[in-house]
Design a protein around this ligand. Structure first.
Ligand code: ARG
Length: 456
């Protein structure tokens, strides 16, 4: 038996219903608690403009508070025959409060409801991603400082090139995350705007107070133009996916380096054996599957913006059901990214490094440039010095002088990790998570007055 908000005097064909709902109920479970939050703000606003009585608001908020708790406990279900999360919440309210429950949809559409749900969900997810990126950043800086003097060969063309160090290697990935954080911040800022009140995408004749819902939900501002607010569906996900892909790009590169450095032919790093996996046939195997999976999952995440883009790319303005499909690829991606970030920090923390790599004479040629530079400092023209050292290498008479002094910013002897840390700190300081948490907390307090602080 179907239970549709738009039900009239005919039943929808069961096959059409199966196909149009698809995986949407499953996806909407990600959004449930944000749908409830959005409704709390919407009805508070409706009461302020005279479309609900004070007493009705109190009862509706309390009922929404209970639904919110159900979501928090993981008990929220979208029943068979109920189309989506928006319909389920309204159904629960009307079951409990009768006609009062039916009043809450004045001045909104599921189009702006799903928009606001997504913004609130993405905002929360981005906060968590930012935290995980920062944890990995700290771990990389810690390792970089700890091994700042342990040298490794640097490569170009995968041929040994110049002296490098674990200080530089770990620190490079930390700095990469600083830039990725800028993308996350841009994505967060675009996300933290209120689309509610755009209704089906063209506003409403009710005198909606959009500034009030903006404030209640802790948004920085609103998407002002109602047509643009609806255009944000897909665009927001695409932009956020780009930011996620940027982070994933850093992880994938790090994972590949780690696999390479862990290979016996390199032997630069080692994973504790309990962090490796074995083979069913080769008894000696200790494989770095953890990095291989981080790499594959991160590469998959880098496809996300293209996938979102192809779904929304050629849609004109206005709502289309196509947009629903973005949820299937986009919503679960946050868990995957967070898992990779957390696992990366975990395994980097446990990674062991060989502190004597350059004792092996096969790496001696990486000191050739130092030799050329020394001759140049002593007055020989650079090109002549280059030639002389080159001939020594060819003749096998080159003697590596490993006493090298790189002192400029960002080099072997001057990692600038404090400066890199300061850049990260500045970006982190520009997020407004506290304000958002306060707003969500005080909105919930209206509905669940006795909520203990810890569970909010
Ligand atoms: N499940 C829909 C989506 O994600 C919700 C909005 C439905 N709106 C509509 N006009 N059919 O897009």
């Amino acid at each position: 038996m179907s239970n549709k908000l738009w039900e009239k005097n005919f039943e929808v064909n069961a096959e059409i219903e199966r196909f149009t709902v698809g995986r949407d109920r499953e996806m909407d479970r990600y959004l449930a608690k944000y749908d409830v939050l959005g409704s709390m703000a919407h009805i508070t606003m409706l009461q302020s403009i005279g479309l609900l009585e004070k007493d009705e608001l109190t009862q509706l908020l309390a009922a929404l508070g209970n639904i919110y708790k159900t979501c928090e406990e993981g008990q929220f279900v979208i029943e068979e025959g109920v189309e989506d999360v928006h319909s389920q919440v309204e159904l629960m309210l009307t079951r409990k409060l009768g006609d009062m429950g039916k009043k809450i949809h004045s001045g909104r559409s599921r189009n702006d409801q799903v928009l606001v749900d997504l913004r609130l969900f993405i905002r929360q997810q981005l906060m968590e991603v930012v935290e995980d990126v920062n944890t990995l950043f700290d771990e990389l800086i810690r390792k970089s400082n700890h091994y700042k003097d342990v040298m490794i060969p640097g490569y170009t063309h995968l041929q040994i090139a110049m002296p490098s160090s674990f200080g530089l290697w770990f620190g490079a990935y930390a700095e990469s995350l600083v830039d990725d954080m800028l993308f996350l911040q841009a994505a967060y800022r675009m996300t933290n705007r209120n689309p509610l009140g755009s209704a089906a995408g063209y506003g409403s004749s009710f005198p909606l107070n959009r500034s009030l819902t903006t404030e209640l939900l802790g948004f920085d501002s609103m998407d002002y133009n109602v047509v643009y607010a609806q255009m944000g569906r897909g665009k927001t996900e695409r932009n956020v996916a780009f930011a996620m892909a940027t982070v994933a790009g850093t992880l994938a590169k790090l994972a590949f380096d780690a696999c390479l450095f862990n290979c016996q032919n390199f032997g630069f790093v080692k994973l504790p054996k309990e962090c490796t996996t074995g083979s069913s046939i080769m008894p000696h195997k200790k494989n770095p599957d953890v990095f291989e999976l981080i790499r594959a999952k991160s590469n998959k995440l880098q496809a996300l913006p293209q996938q979102v883009m192809l779904i929304m790319n050629n849609l004109p303005s206005g709502y289309f059901r196509d947009l629903q499909i973005i949820k299937e690829i986009f919503l679960p991606a946050f868990d995957e990214l967070k898992d990779c970030l957390q696992m990366c920090a975990y395994i980097i923390n446990r990674m062991e490094v060989d502190e004597h790599i350059l004792d092996n004479p096969i790496y001696d040629p990486i000191f050739s440039v130092e030799e050329v530079n020394n001759l140049a400092v002593a007055g020989m023209p650079f090109r002549d010095a280059y030639k002389r050292v080159g001939l020594e290498i060819e003749a096998g008479t080159f003697k590596a002088n490993k006493d090298i002094h790189h002192t400029h910013e960002g080099s072997l002897g001057n990692l600038c990790n404090d400066q890199i840390r300061a850049l990260m700190k500045r970006t982190l300081g520009e997020f407004n998570f506290e304000k958002v948490r306060r707003a969500e907390k005080s909105l919930l307090k209206q509905a669940i007055p006795d909520t203990p602080k810890a569970s909010l």
